[in-house]
Design a protein around this ligand. Structure first.
Ligand SMILES: CC(C)(COP(=O)(O)OP(=O)(O)OC[C@H]1O[C@@H](n2cnc3c(N)ncnc32)[C@H](O)[C@@H]1OP(=O)(O)O)[C@@H](O)C(=O)NCCC(=O)NCCS
Length: 363
């Protein structure tokens, strides 16, 4: 048995064969076409494997992302494609690989690691906690009016420049290149819906599906709320199918419009998050508070205990999972009954942090 270690370039075909057999059996495409920025030779140094008798038996990948938000620029390590060959499970292989992945992320100065899973207890043992917010709306009726001069399209062959232009207007989003956007647009099982104005400018886009995942889910979208709503109506009318729209909590204008239409809304978590560099993250948060003229906010870790509050109102928090939710939500500070209204108003200027990962970045 050898590992965890990064695969050599020559082992790439064998690794893909292992992942396709274990995670994409029966699919006509290879898993790397779903994760073109994570499962790629350029990211080999962020992949860890175990081998036994020259066979790959366990794997995970880290994709570091730089996510800008109004107050903070995060470095986030997305971890994915965690899998161990059936015959070698329950021997601690995944635990060792994830521990290595977390170290890799720490070495690259990532503030947090995030992953998407339904194995909550498995990852809780490794200090990941469900945190961050993700809302989803069931679009089961038209939600917006057609706009004059705007036409719609389902043609997936669109210029990545147009998508990137609207994407870069998001207040919280990862840094992406044109080439990455081009690759994301060609992920198998991706449906591309777009709205164009009379000057042939893209005014809204919505992306449904991503390889084996997210069928029926619109996980990437962009454009003004008005154009997006009319595009969603077009999607509903042309497909005659109910779709689920995934929305960050900070998209308050869109959320308000969707709630006014009494759509079913689910309140969920962004993912399982583990804070990696608490001091670095708290320095970023305190800088954000200083820029909001709140220099007396306290967020510190001393002897394994977190100190949190402002001025003379400081509470101690001992569980790391609780601190993760206080920083990334979901949290209702008022309901916690820990701070006075004045301190609450101060804390809520920056917290919970609006961390968000769009669908194409999840691994
Ligand atoms: C989940 C999976 C990756 C675990 O791999 P593994 O190498 O057997 O995991 P480990 O042996 O390192 O297990 C680590 C710990 O998690 C526990 N664990 C393992 N599988 C678990 C599960 N499905 N649910 C909850 N806990 C689990 C183990 O008992 C062990 O706990 P311990 O250290 O306290 O004894 C493996 O079962 C797998 O490949 N499943 C199919 C693919 C999959 O679901 N991947 C996860 C995608 S997010």
């Amino acid at each position: 048995m050898e590992g965890p270690r990064p695969p050599a370039e020559a082992e790439w075909p064998q690794l893909l064969e292992f992942l396709n057999k274990n995670l994409r059996s029966g699919k006509s495409w290879s898993i790397n076409s779903e994760y073109p920025t994570a499962l790629t030779l350029q990211n080999l140094h962020n992949i860890r494997i175990f081998k036994n008798n020259d066979n790959v038996i366990s794997h995970a990948v880290v994709k570091p992302l730089v996510v800008k938000s109004p107050h903070v620029i995060f470095k986030v390590a997305a971890i994915g494609s965690v899998v161990t060959d059936e015959a070698h499970r329950d021997q601690g292989l995944s635990r060792q690989i994830i521990t290595e992945c977390v170290q890799l992320a720490e070495q690259q100065n990532c503030d947090v690691a995030i992953l998407w899973t339904n194995l909550f207890d498995f990852y809780r043992k490794m200090n990941f906690e469900l945190a961050g917010s993700e809302l989803s709306f069931i679009i089961d009726k038209p939600v917006g009016e057609a706009q004059p001069g705007v036409r719609f399209s389902t043609d997936a062959k669109i210029a990545p420049e147009a998508v990137l232009r609207l994407y870069s207007q998001h207040s919280v989003a990862s840094a992406r290149t044109l080439e990455e956007t081009r690759k994301f647009l060609s992920i198998p099982e991706t449906k591309v819906f777009t709205a164009w104005d009379a000057n042939n400018q893209l005014v809204a886009y919505a992306i449904e599906g991503k390889g084996a995942d997210l069928s029926g889910y619109i996980h990437e979208w962009g454009g003004s709320v008005t154009h997006l709503l009319s595009l969603l109506s077009y999607i509903y009318k042309t497909t005659q199918q109910t779709k689920t729209l995934i929305v960050p909590r900070h998209s308050s204008n869109l959320i308000q419009k969707l709630q006014a239409q009494k759509l079913v809304m689910n309140d969920g978590f962004l993912g399982m998050i583990r804070i990696l560099q608490f001091d670095q993250l708290s320095a970023k948060i305190k800088r954000a508070f200083r820029s909001e003229a709140c220099p007396d906010v306290v967020l510190e870790k001393r002897n394994g205990v977190y100190w949190f509050g402002a001025g003379s109102e400081i509470v101690t928090v001992s569980a790391e999972a609780d601190m993760t939710r206080l920083i990334f939500g979901p949290v209702d500070y008022k309901a916690l009954d820990m701070f006075s209204p004045a301190t609450l108003a101060k804390l809520e200027k920056v917290l919970p942090l609006p961390l968000w990962i769009w669908g194409w970045d999840s691994v």
